[in-house]
Design a protein around this ligand. Structure first.
Ligand SMILES: [Zn+2]
Length: 139
């Protein structure tokens, strides 16, 4: 879809994510979120195909999503001090399937929705460095 932000990003028509894409396969692309949008380790998993939500997935896409999520969770556990990894799927900003994966560390004061509601950000260079580590971990 030519006017979809995520489709445009996949085609190189929008700014590349910090450190570039971390993971790509037949159905999915994973990247670090822009530094101003969340704490260090906030990732997006995005479908390659343009559809809204789980109901729009093929059977193959819905099965493969679980396998990719398993890899992402293991990589984030390895390289962040995440006690929990939150998964948030909204599609209000861009109607193209994507989930936010947000590591919540043990020393974070808030939990759950209060944690997610924080206006959090991280350092761009840290995000690039972590993206490179996660890319290795997800190979
Ligand atoms: Zn799209």
């Amino acid at each position: 879809m030519e006017n979809c932000f995520i489709c445009r990003k996949h085609n190189g028509l929008e700014a590349a994510p910090p450190g570039g894409y971390i993971y790509e396969d037949k159905h999915w692309m994973v990247c670090h979120a822009p530094a101003k949008l969340g704490p260090l380790g906030t990732l997006f998993i995005e479908s390659k195909r343009h559809f809204l939500d789980y109901a729009g997935m093929t059977d193959e896409e819905s099965v493969s999503l679980g396998n990719v999520m398993k890899k992402i969770y293991a990589a984030l556990r390895l390289h962040t001090n995440a006690e929990r990894i939150y998964q948030v799927t909204l599609m209000d900003g861009v109607p193209h399937f994507h989930s936010w994966l947000v590591p919540r560390r043990k020393d974070d004061a808030e939990r759950g929705m209060k944690f997610l509601a924080r206006d959090d950000s991280c350092n761009e260079e840290d995000a690039i460095e972590l993206a490179n580590k996660l890319r290795e971990a997800m190979k």
